[in-house]
Each structure stands twice: as C-alpha cells, then as structure tokens.
Ligand binder design. Sequence first.
Ligand SMILES: Nc1ncnc2c1ncn2[C@@H]1O[C@H](COP(=O)(O)OP(=O)(O)OP(=O)(O)O)[C@@H](O)[C@H]1O
Length: 267
Amino acid sequence: MGITVEGISASIQEKKIISDIHLRVKPGQFVGLIGPNGSGKSTLLKSIYRINKPDCGKITLDSENLYEISAKKTAQKMAVVSQESQHTFEFSVMEIVLMGRAPHKKMMETDTVEDMRIAEEALEKVGLESYGDRLISTLSGGEKQRVMVARALAQQAKYLVLDEPTNHLDIHHQLQLMDLVKKLNITVIAALHDLNIASVYCDHIYVLNQGQLAVAGQPEEVLTETILQEIFRVNTHIIQHPITGKTHITFLSDAAPAIKRHEEVYI
Ligand SMILES: Nc1ncnc2c1ncn2[C@@H]1O[C@H](COP(=O)(O)OP(=O)(O)OP(=O)(O)O)[C@@H](O)[C@H]1O
C-alpha cells in the first residue's frame, strides 16, 4: 500500500533528468521533496502523476504498477496540484472545482446536487466560497492556486501530490493551506521550497540534488547545517524551536553583521 518508487530514471527530450530514485510514501504519511532549483523535484513528481513515464524502474500505487492501471482509476486515487495548471479556455471557478469530480463520473454524466455540495465545501475550505462565479482569469496568482487546491479536495482522493503548493501564497494562506492538507489525514507527497515549512509539516523528507537522491530521513535528520551547506550552499543556524519543538532554520546571509552576531553569541 502507499506509493513506491523503485529505481526510476526519467528523461526529458532524451536528456536524463533524474536517476535511480527510490522512495516510499507510506499510507497517512506527509512526505516532502526538497532540493535546489533544477534538482529534479517536479520531474520526479511528474513521473508519479503519470505525465512523464520513467525510462526504467517501477512506480506502484497501492501495490499496482501505476503505468498499468487506467488514468481514471489513478485519478480516483490521486489528486495533483501542479505548477502548470493553466487553462486555455475561460472557465468559472466553480467549473474548475467541479472538474475534480470527473474521475468519479461516467462520460457525459452531469453534475449532481452532491457534486455541487462537495465543490462548494472545497471552495469554503480554501476560503473562496464567494468566488464560484468568477472567471479564473480574473483571479490573483494566490487565489488561482487555492482554486487548484479546492479542485484537488473535490476529487476526494486518498493520495495528494503537491508541486510547490505554497508558491504565490502569502504567509497566512501558506499556513492555512498546509494546515488544511495536514488535517485531511491523507497521504501526501509535496515538493517544497520553504525548508521551515517542510520541517513543521513533513513526517519524512527526501533530498534531491542534481537528479539523484542525496539523503532522506526525518526532518531533524535531514535539515542539518552540514547537509544544507552541502546541498543548498547556504550557511544556517539550526535550533529545536522552543515553542513548536520542530527543527527551525535561520539562514545566515553573507552580510557580515549577521555572521558576526552569530559568532559573538556562539563562539
Ligand atoms: N521540458 C523541458 N525541457 C528541457 N529541460 C527540462 C524540461 N523540464 C525540465 N527540464 C530540466 O530538468 C531539470 C530538472 O527540472 P525540474 O523542474 O524537475 O527541477 P525542480 O527541482 O522541480 O526545480 P525548481 O525547484 O526550479 O522548480 C532542470 O535542469 C530543467 O531545466
């Protein structure tokens, strides 16, 4: 059960982007994928949500080979919020959220009262209950992102794949979204750029670097000053936060005053 990725490599236009990736998302886990720009996080997620078939290796969803089950069956189990949810045609917000119901319906089946209720509830959860009639093109980047999350919620899938879900969101909506997803108690794999958010919300983190898995473990095992220096080339000061109890990272810029203060306090 869960999602397993067993030794996959994937290419784009014949260029190998990720190599020999192994990972496991156990039922109920919130798994984070972190790594520098271009390290292959989106490419790996695209293989997991069937947009980019791996060159080799195997991905399983509830023990079934992902690429041997139907797209509809996959969509009944897995919802995706990607960075590329662009719509060529003009849809209302409600129409987009209702698209999340499609995997549960027969072809050409119209939306039921229950579908409408689920879609309205999903919009309410992301704080956009009054936006149903708005055209998607009139929304801000952050509002569009929340609509995509509402569509994923309406899909009622047990697996959620998130590619930088907090992109575009202000800090209030970042935390609102992460809290919402966490409270759903479903199985999540998410590419995240904000390492403190990864620390707070993830049960397990995989770190990608140059298309390969560099390290994996619980947040406190992975988010260390040494690993962050090696992988992200940044200096950090890491503590266990006195209020949250979670690993908390302070990034030290090259600006001398910050580094001096750090040295004065700790040396
Ligand atoms: N369609 C494409 N054509 C050519 N190269 C691509 C394409 N998509 C991705 N790549 C390359 O693959 C590599 C990995 O990209 P990917 O988007 O998976 O990284 P990422 O870790 O998600 O990056 P970011 O943190 O910047 O979003 C990059 O070097 C990127 O330039």
